[in-house]
Design a protein around this ligand. Sequence first.
Ligand code: ATP
Ligand code: MG
Length: 262
Amino acid sequence: MPHAAVPRPAFPSRTTAAVAARATDLSKVYGQGETQVVALDAVSVDFRQAQFTAIMGPSGSGKSTLMHCMAGLDAISGGSARIGDVELTGLKDKKLTQLRRDKIGFIFQAFNLLPTLTALENITLPMDIAGRRVDQEWVGRVVETVGLSGRLSHRPAQLSGGQQQRVAVARALAAQPEIIFADEPTGNLDSRSGAEVLGFLRESVRAMDQTVVMVTHDPVAAAYADRVVFLADGRIVDELAEPTADSVLDRMRRFETAGRTS
Ligand SMILES: Nc1ncnc2c1ncn2[C@@H]1O[C@H](COP(=O)(O)OP(=O)(O)OP(=O)(O)O)[C@@H](O)[C@H]1O
Ligand SMILES: [Mg+2]
């Protein structure tokens, strides 16, 4: 399609940008009776398009549960979870699978690469499975941006941890999902590889209008985001815009103090 003459619309303003995903009074309860755990307690949050959000909070506060519920990997107990305009609850299995495949990228802490496939085959696998045409130009751009151009024919065992995670990031981006959820994507990486992956995620938001939601424990990692949402006991307890490592750390310290005195 010849579209070179049509100028791309300007960046959506960060205040009016469309909502890529939205939780409204989202609840998630595991188990029953005595063993019941309220993992999410009426969480309401918007993830706007072309925004990079970090999710932080103590272990067990519900971060992974929130990501899984929003990505349609886990059923919710109450409220609503939407991707774009689509309500996840009530979707038939087939439609949910399609939505996950076409609109959502998920980066797991353990890269989940297939060992027998090369880096490039891993990156295009979701599209190959879906029978979707691979947009070579886009994949080329993604591969170049993550700095994997010289490693495409390597298998995961021949790549460093940072390179493997970059393959996982490229795989999530290659299919051009509406939103990427990343659950501690740098948890297993040394600081240099971690910085590469974070820099790339941020770049994908700036340059490609990607929407990214990332769980992290690390204030330095959170500082790559546009905004930090803090969870505690399954609730959103605070939010921080334009975070720096210092401002995040400061906020975390305040929670600890509040927790001790209550
Ligand atoms: N499948 C499950 N069955 C029962 N309880 C669960 C299940 N998954 C999570 N939980 C509970 O729900 C709560 C939230 O767990 P979640 O994994 O979302 O925490 P998290 O914030 O991601 O923690 P971490 O930082 O340790 O990864 C915890 O109390 C946990 O024990
Ligand atoms: Mg978790």
